[in-house]
Design a protein around this ligand. Structure first.
Ligand code: SAH
Ligand code: MG
Length: 203
């Protein structure tokens, strides 16, 4: 569906003023490319924030597709809903308020595309919780996997980021070494990992 460029600008302005970490411009272009080429009918987004990436998906997904998006922060949930309503896209997305770690096990799927962009230390936990809910030929995208450059740096990160950086490295190793996934790391924005699911080995 078509969404006004002015609405995206309004969301970007809100994000900048209120320090909401929406995906980078290059990262968003990558999302758009993947959605346009893979034509997912069911999308799961982990980390809605204020609905910027959600609306990027909605803009480019097939007209009969839908999105489920999870967000912990209630205020952000309300703002996302308002922006989505402004786009006239309320019927395309279900926003679930709460902790993704406890909501994911309740979802049934199958999902054609999963976008991981919530708590940076929890990516591997999220991945393991959605792994068996993926359809054949699906794709898992993770944002911020290079975390300000620390993930690929030899220098020790500041103390407060130590655990996040360690866990993001574990996430990248897991998806890279996983026999059922083909992972590409894009060094744009804060780092975007794209893992293509090849289907179960036996199938
Ligand atoms: N995908 C958005 C940006 C998401 S920012 C975009 O690119 O436009 C990350 C979001 O994850 C934040 O809004 C934060 O509140 C949310 N978050 C953090 N921990 C979470 C959790 N445990 N469960 C669900 N959402 C969480
Ligand atoms: Mg992000």
């Amino acid at each position: 569906m078509q969404i006004e460029a002015s609405l995206f600008r309004e969301i970007q302005d809100y994000a900048e003023i209120n320090h909401v970490p929406i995906i980078s411009f290059e990262g968003a272009s990558l999302l758009v490319q993947i959605v346009s080429s893979s034509k997912p009918l069911s999308i799961l987004e982990i980390g809605t924030a204020i609905g910027y990436s959600t609306l990027k998906f909605i803009e480019h997904m097939p007209s009969d597709a839908n999105v489920v998006s999870i967000e912990l922060d209630n205020e952000r949930v309300e703002i996302a809903k308002a922006f989505i309503a402004k786009a006239g896209a309320e019927n395309k997305v279900q926003i679930i308020a709460g902790d993704a770690g406890s909501i994911l096990p309740q979802l049934t799927g199958p999902f054609d595309l999963v976008f991981i962009d919530a708590a940076k230390g929890q990516y591997l936990d999220y991945f393991k919780k959605i792994e068996d809910k993926l359809s054949q030929h699906s794709v898992v995208i993770a944002d911020n996997v290079l975390f300000r450059g620390y993930v690929e740096s030899n220098e020790a990160p500041p103390r407060r980021y130590k655990t996040i950086v360690k866990r993001l490295r574990e996430y990248l190793s897991y998806v890279t070494d996983h026999p059922s996934f083909n992972t590409h790391l894009h060094r744009v924005g804060d780092g975007v990992a794209i893992s293509y699911y090849r289907g179960k080995k036996s199938e």
